[in-house]
Design a protein around this ligand. Structure first.
Ligand SMILES: [Zn+2]
Length: 290
């Protein structure tokens, strides 16, 4: 068993490195498909400040550990010698990966549901990377445009269709889990993630039903980020705020959008201090001054 596990870890690392070579940021996963490295903060007393996203310099921050740097990936796997798979972070530069997860758990046929959706909304599913899951499900990999934040969702698009977007990850092909091995569908391994059809992209992004004043210089993208923060449920408020703030700073309008982000975060129930601190973390992580 120990030997098998070691082989599985070596294989997972090899697959993870080759994914990274294609520009996909990865983290080690355990057999349960969860991040292999546990949070270094799990023993901490009730946190007073916002959640740490890796600023402490240690591993174990889930998808925030994800990297395309081979050295860091080797370090991550060395810290998790029980890893048998790897996760690919969605929503990151350069692919801005979106995962369409067609599961087989529900009684409905999720592939048929997607075809029906495509017919109804007049888009075609492009030829793209397809990953086969051990349970008979399929993951379609699509690439999104930068600046568009696609949230994670479960059965919101259609029954049995889950979407992995910002803050989510996909189990990479070559990963071994409790249920078996993930692999690419024949003939799709060499493909790059195809651009998400615009119509489908609109279905994947949350509706902008409320209006909030944002500085005009931040435009539509800023508005989308604000909506992304406002749509947060308890438990994802900090993650969403952090994500949105990172995108804003990466795109050069972080300082302009920060007041509106703080306002939106307060409306979701964070304190002003928490919100400011998370935004400051995002600024640091993206190499900006808050
Ligand atoms: Zn930390």
């Amino acid at each position: 068993m120990a030997t098998t596990d070691r082989q599985a870890t070596t294989l997972a690392l090899a697959h993870a490195l080759s994914a990274a070579e294609r520009g996909l940021a990865v983290i080690p996963l355990s057999r349960t498909k969860l991040p292999a490295l546990r949070s270094p903060h799990r023993e901490d007393p009730e946190p007073r400040g916002p959640a740490c996203h890796g600023e402490c310099g240690r591993f174990g921050h889930g998808v925030y550990d994800a990297s395309t740097d081979p050295r860091r990936i080797r370090e991550l796997f060395a810290a998790a010698p029980w890893a048998t798979g790897y996760g690919i972070a969605c929503g990151l530069h350069p692919h801005h990966l979106i995962g369409i997860d067609l599961d087989t758990k529900s009684t409905t046929d999720s592939s048929a549901a997607l075809r029906e959706l495509a017919l109804r909304h007049l888009f075609t599913i492009p030829e793209t990377v397809v990953v086969l899951t051990p349970s008979g499900g399929r993951h379609l990999w699509l690439s999104g445009p930068p600046h568009v934040v696609v949230p994670n969702s479960a059965s919101r698009l259609a029954p049995g269709i889950d979407v992995r977007g910002a803050g989510g990850y996909l189990v990479g092909p070559g990963s071994r889990t409790e249920h078996g091995v993930y692999s690419t569908a024949p003939g799709t391994a060499h493909l790059a993630p195809a651009p998400c059809p615009p119509t489908l992209l609109r279905l994947l992004t949350p509706p902008r039903h409320t209006r909030h004043p944002t500085p005009s210089s931040t435009g539509r993208h800023g508005q989308g980020l604000i909506q992304f923060v406002l749509a947060a449920h308890e438990g994802q408020r900090n993650t969403r705020l952090f994500w949105a703030a990172c995108r804003a700073y990466e795109n050069g309008f972080g300082p302009d959008l920060a007041p509106a982000l703080v306002e939106a975060a307060i409306r979701t129930g964070l304190t002003e201090r928490e919100a400011r601190s998370t935004i400051a973390s995002a600024a640091r992580m993206t190499g900006q001054r808050p």
